[in-house]
Design a protein around this ligand. Structure first.
Ligand code: 26V
Length: 817
């Protein structure tokens, strides 16, 4: 490597310079003449022109980090739900308008191009989107952070609705190439599987393995209004050159190629299930694949500037986004002890100082455990290391007073009841210095319930960092109308300091601001109504209340509670069509895990109810129900700014935080919600008079459950509820197949109603009536909507990342000078 300074063109971002870049990139980057260029080609050229402008910043940030020998954060996540990059990058660089003009100058409409970009949908839901918001905030704050994950060829499936049912189609998002990534074929690490361990000269060797290579693809993550950038490095599997040469030499060319393909399957697809721990072998391979490459890469980077591991924990922080990357712990131990010959005790001390872990769910069925037998076949050395960590942990725990054998069995990293399994969350806790939940309530419940033994053993280890969202994507980008209005009112600084939104409170009672606020909101509703009209054939009154529940379909999120209210409202309108009704459009969107039967039945029910309601002439514009297909980041950017009401109605104690709740409130929707997850903190921030809270609290849920919950009593005692449930049971919404929804009925009425839908039903309907009354009081609703926006300061992911940086990672921003 030589160290001369490159003589490169300094790229400015005037309209003229951008227009030249567009032409250059179309011709030299895409290889097309203007006469032959399709819109796709222009998008590609425009993306390259933008990327060029990020690269200079990227190089200089990386140099600075290197010169200052900064502590780096490695954010390990199986999922990064990035969405589109084009607009985001334009806004970060402050060149949205000049680029629009430059494109217009070559005869291209930028708005049309924007919609051609496929989403990078490398995640299921909240956990993956949180990782993407965190990357944005780390870059914006100048925190030297690297995202590490998998470059799935197939992201989250596309959802179509056919006859009211979810149909999944593969999402081959790389079809037209990905202009944002830099392939790094020279950065490649072998990742081994299988084999056995042997002792040699007092050291363990892992031998007779098979391996696949992990190769790096880098994406620049720009910070907003700063020249700081970070890197997202995603690994892709490549079969080693020599793989199955033996078959090749025997003339079996096809088998050789097939074996190569099979070994590359490890980075083929994102598992689209965020509800159950499915326990698939390929999933475990994925988890090990990406953490092994990542640990090798970070050690290489550390050793470029250090000759011993003495300062390892001063320079490295590794964050585990849930347990999916937990194998990074035994992998780092293996690399330190077996390869770099660091003594076990020192290595374990390093590991405990560098690792931290975020838990994202209390649901037992989503907590990862892996079969010991499977681990012993796939990763025998790692299993030994886990056993050794466990033995040491249990020895210390019993020295510290945990003598009770029942307690030892409970806290063991290995579940010995039945088939032996490794409890990945326990491994994460034992080997990390900090463990956090994602909202105040979640962090409390985590230490009170699922991790209570560990919270007693390591009280200082547990903490809370309430989630946040990036205001750049979720307000500036998603709602230019509202963002522009806020700029006019209080200036543009809220983008980098969301607490600035508090200044909107000064405009309380300012009639012209309130009027403009309503107009901005209305324009977003019109924008959405246009798109929906296009593919539903229905028309929507933009002055109706837009009521939204947009999130994964899960029983605990209680889309069923929402549907029951819709049915009751429908019955009421039919019973008294002459009464004044507050017109509503109830929107649902979300994907169901492909194997989650009940979630899929819920989608079908929503669509059957929608068909009935929307075509009932008595109802007219007073109630419309829509299931918008294929929820994802880009659709969320269209839906959320158009919402008046945000449905956050999970059973208290089940939603770890929620982040959709924050996105909707930031866009001026009022929340109807339970005291669950971050709803509680949203209520504290905006004030109880600006939110509709209903239902059992987490403690009351526990109380009801232990007192013996009898859902049938609610069914029997509430006539409207009974009518709605009977309509579901008897085929009122599915006359061609009357038994279609009988399982829904029985789940709620006879089989225990685990998520206590019926227990919260009456309170929910009452809260919805309060919503109706408020909405028609236009000044009062507007004032509350503005209070919601004004109160969202603390829900910026910048605040969350600042807390992680200070309390958990102990890193400082890079100095850009
Ligand atoms: C779970 C699982 C289970 C095992 C294997 C595959 C897999 C993949 C994804 C998940 C995700 C479940 C955890 C999750 O997304 N939690 C959500 O995290 C958000 C960010 O902290 C939070 O706002 C949501 O409340 C929480 O449900």
């Amino acid at each position: 490597m030589t160290a001369v300074d490159l003589e490169v063109d300094q790229l400015n971002s005037s309209v003229d310079a951008l227009r030249r870049s567009l032409s250059n990139r179309l011709m030299y980057g895409v290889g097309k003449d203007a006469v032959a260029a399709r819109p796709q080609d222009w998008l590609h050229a425009a993306a390259l022109a933008v990327r060029d402008r990020l690269v200079a910043r990227w190089m200089s940030t990386t140099r600075r980090q290197y010169e200052q020998d900064v502590k780096r954060v490695y954010y390990l996540s199986m999922e990064f739900l990035i969405g589109r990059t084009f607009t985001n990058a334009l806004l970060a660089l402050g060149i949205y308008e000049p680029m629009k003009e430059a494109l217009a100058g070559v005869g291209v409409d930028m708005e049309a191009l924007i919609d051609l970009e496929p989403d990078a949908a490398l995640g299921n839901g909240g956990l993956g989107r949180l990782a993407a918001c965190f990357l944005d905030s780390m870059a914006t704050l100048g925190v030297p952070g690297f995202g590490y994950g998998i470059r799935y060829e197939y992201g989250m499936f596309r959802q179509q609705i056919v006859d009211g049912e979810q149909v999944e189609t593969p999402d081959y998002w790389l079809r037209s190439g990905n202009p944002w990534e830099f392939p790094r074929p020279e950065i490649q690490y072998p990742v081994h599987f299988g084999g056995r361990t042997v002792q040699r000269d007092g050291h363990v060797e892992w031998v007779d393995t098979q391996h696949v290579n992990a190769t790096a693809y880098d994406t620049v993550i720009p910070g907003f209004a700063t020249s700081a950038t970070n890197t997202l490095r995603l690994w892709s599997a490549r079969a080693p050159e020599e793989l199955d040469l033996s078959a090749f030499n025997q003339g079996d060319y096809q088998r050789a190629v097939e074996t190569r393909n099979a070994s590359e399957n490890v980075s083929r697809l994102l598992y689209p299930d965020d509800s159950t721990m499915a326990g698939r072998e390929l999933r475990l391979r994925q988890e090990y694949f990406f953490v092994s490459a990542t640990m090798q890469d970070l050690i290489r980077r550390y050793l470029r500037t250090h000759s011993t591991f003495g300062r390892f924990s001063e320079k490295v922080a590794v964050h585990l986004n849930d347990t999916h990357p937990v194998l990074a712990i035994p992998e780092l131990m293996r690399l330190l002890v077996d390869i770099h010959r660091v003594p076990w005790d020192k290595a374990l001390a390093h590991v405990q100082q560098v690792f931290s872990y975020t838990n994202h769910t209390l649901m037992p069925e989503a907590l990862e455990t892996w079969d010991v037998e499977l681990l012993s076949r796939m990763l025998p050395r790692h299993l030994e290391i886990i056993f050794d960590i466990n033995a040491e942990f249990l020895r210390k725990a019993s020295e510290g007073g945990a003598h009770d054998p029942e307690m030892i069995r409970r806290i063991s990293l290995v579940d010995e009841y039945g088939q032996r399994r490794v409890r990945m969350a326990y491994l994460a806790i034992v080997a990390s210095h900090k463990v956090n939940g994602v909202s105040k309530l979640h962090s409390q419940l985590m230490t009170r319930d699922i991790f209570s033994d560990f919270a007693r053993l390591f009280p200082d280890r547990f903490t809370n960092v309430t989630n946040g969202i990036t205001p750049r994507r979720w307000l500036a980008q998603a709602s230019p109308s509202l963002a522009g209005l806020i700029d006019d009112a209080i200036g543009p600084r809220w983008r980098a300091d969301l607490f600035e939104l508090g200044a909107l409170r000064k405009l309380r009672g300012d009639a012209s601001f309130e009027e403009a606020f309503r107009a901005a909101k209305r324009s977003n509703k019109v924008r959405l109504a246009h798109r929906l009209a296009h593919h539903t054939g229905l028309t929507f009154d933009p002055d109706a209340l837009f009521d939204m529940q947009v999130k994964r379909i899960h029983e605990y999120k209680r889309q069923l509670l929402n549907v029951l209210h819709v049915i009751v409202r429908y019955n009421r309108i039919r019973a008294e069509p002459q009464r004044e009704w507050t017109p509503r459009v109830v929107l649902f969107a979300g994907k169901a895990a492909s194997a989650y039967r009940m979630a899929k039945t819920i989608i079908k029910l929503i669509n059957d109810v929608a068909a009935k309601v929307n075509h009932d002439p008595i109802v007219g514009d007073r109630l419309k129900v829509v299931f918008v297909p294929n929820y994802g980041v880009s659709l969320a950017e269209l839906l959320i700014p158009a919402a008046n009401l945000s449905e956050q109605i999970s059973t208290a104690g089940t939603e770890a935080s929620g982040t959709g709740n924050m996105k909707l409130a930031l866009n001026g929707a009022l929340t109807i919600g339970t005291l669950d997850g971050a709803n509680i903190e949203i209520c504290d921030s905006v004030g109880p008079e600006h939110i509709f809270i209903f239902g059992h609290t987490a403690d009351q849920v526990d109380g009801l459950r232990s007192a013996g919950y009898r859902p049938r009593q609610f069914y029997e005692q509430n006539a409207e509820l009974r009518m709605a449930l009977d309509q579901i049971r008897t085929g009122f919404f599915s006359p061609g197949d009357p038994a279609r929804f009988s399982d829904i009925f029985h789940t709620l009425v006879d089989w225990g109603d685990h998520y206590m839908v019926l227990a919260d039903f009456a309170a929910f309907v009452e809260a919805q009536e309060a919503v109706d009354r408020r909405f028609v009081d236009v000044p009062s609703w507007t004032a509350s909507a503005i209070e919601n926006v004004a109160g969202m300061g603390m829900f910026s992911s910048d605040r969350a990342i600042a807390e992680y940086a200070r309390d958990i990672w102990r890193v400082k921003p890079v100095e850009l000078g």
